[in-house]
Design a protein. Sequence first.
Length: 656
Amino acid sequence: MSDLFGQKAAGAAKSDYTAKDIEVLEGLEPVRKRPAMYIGGTDEKAMHHLVAEVLDNSMDEAVAGHANRIDIRLEAGNIVAIKDNGRGIPTDPHPKFPELSALEVIFTTLHSGGKFNSNVYETSGGLHGVGISVVNALSEMVEVQVARSRQAWRQSFSQGKATSPLTADEGLTNWRGTIVRFKPDPEIFGDISFKPSTLYQMAKSKAYLFKGVEINWWCDPSLLSENSTVPQSAKLHYPKGLEDFLQAAVADQETFADDIFAGEAVFAGGSGKVEWAITWLTAPGEEGWYATFCNTVPTPQGGTHESGFRQAITRSLKEYAERIGNRRVGQITADDVCGSAAIVLSCFISQPQFQGQTKEKLVSVEATKLVDTAVKDRFDHWLGSYPQHASALLEHILYRVDERLRRRQAKEVARASATKRLRLPGKLADCTSNDADQCEIFLVEGDSAGGSAKQARNRNTQAILPLRGKILNVASASLDKMRANQEISDLGLALGCGFGRDCKPEKLRYGKVVIMTDADVDGAHIASLLLTFFFREMRPIIDNGNVYLAQPPLYRITHGGKTVYAQNDVEKDRLIKANFKNAAKVDVGRFKGLGEMLPAQLRDTTMNPEKRTLQRVVILPDEELENFVDRLMGKNPEARYNFIYENASLVDDVDL
């Protein structure tokens, strides 16, 4: 037999496929057959999700204004009990299934519940009516107690089926609400047990999310280890809600201001509301984080509400920067603004759309605009009301911009080093050895000094990079100018270790980076500029002991066939007295620069490891060092003038 393409049908010899092979799963059998479709799997995370489903129902009652207390208990035997003082699950016969109570329908039928009707819950975490029925289907034991109109009812279930009828307790009761007590089925989850720490954090999160609710936690003492930080019992109530959440989360971290920008706003048209708390972390290398929720359901993958919040904060801050005339506003991105922020965001909307039953990402399109509009107005007002905070925040964000651009430049340099190793900076005379520990690079001023150094070097281990005049002062230049500067680009490419936070000493191509400039005032200035660059952009290689200063001579002293070299006037006078005893015909020659020295002289005095003197650059512990560099090399000339004025008396002589 052939198919439509004339090919012989495969599997003709296999058994027939008939109607009897079609399996129909009834009731909650699909849940037990494919639990991953409903709770994401059968692992520890999925089992704890069962508790979240039950707890979310109680939280929906609280958010709707019908409950203000929830109890959660972790009992021995891997049993969890959750109680609320809400309205209680209806127990009267269901109109569509008159032989069953509404309670039994809710616990044994998929897509049943009160969350489809906005008259019952304006906002809720449950959407599809499958949460509590899934818990029932995947539990070995479920016990439900309900109190309504002073009458208490109870019913038990197992593996999705009722094991007892709905029964009314005798007498009247003074409590109201719902108690759900259940034990996950070992046939589904194996020997996995609930973790007290996970459930306690879940309870705390819910209490933070709705400041009008009190959540009481209790755990069987036998389930807590001796060093456990989880209390046996606790009352969780946080009057400031998300602000309390954020303050506790960043208590041990550095933030740019003590005040947290927190608040809440009702959406236009009264279709829900949003609450938020945000601060910025300022410790070096500290990255921000998000904790987002919709209708008290955690959304670890974010979603449209998170996008709206990022959009609002970014637009508001950029508009503030424009108002005060900051020209770098065009460089700011949402990642710069929120990348170091600690953010807690919670929105309440009717009929939200989530990605998947586990609700880890909000995909409701309208949430972006609703959150954006509500938050931006408040943040505009906050920035205007606290100008000092606003200015400090903008400075912090611009620092983040600089760091991002530095990382991009470092990646470009690293990529060029890896893919175009043979095309290193054109003026670099590289050494032949590939052993970084044995290699050293000399940074010299100009082609003339570079020519002498290239002739004086040991080609096997010594590289020469001539720099054109005085390099850019990175302490007073913008990052754009630094990135566009050819000398700095060549220097970064030659060293190959990256800039800023991405500077990695282990990637440095040379064990020694030697700054070799003329032994005069101009040479000292160039050395200062290079040291400022290394301090600001490559400090790890200084800390690692890779940066040195060469000590070329300023004077050559000759008499009677004997020659010595002096680095300065004091040493010149001392050597003349010590070596020539004030002879009348001592020839003292002053080098105009390294380029004026013969290669043999440069080699013997400055570059030969056996004869030279190098000064290793070391940064001493000093909290004021950063400010000191800013004063001497930064944008404020008045600070330099004051420094010179205050220290002028320390200068004994000036050689003009």
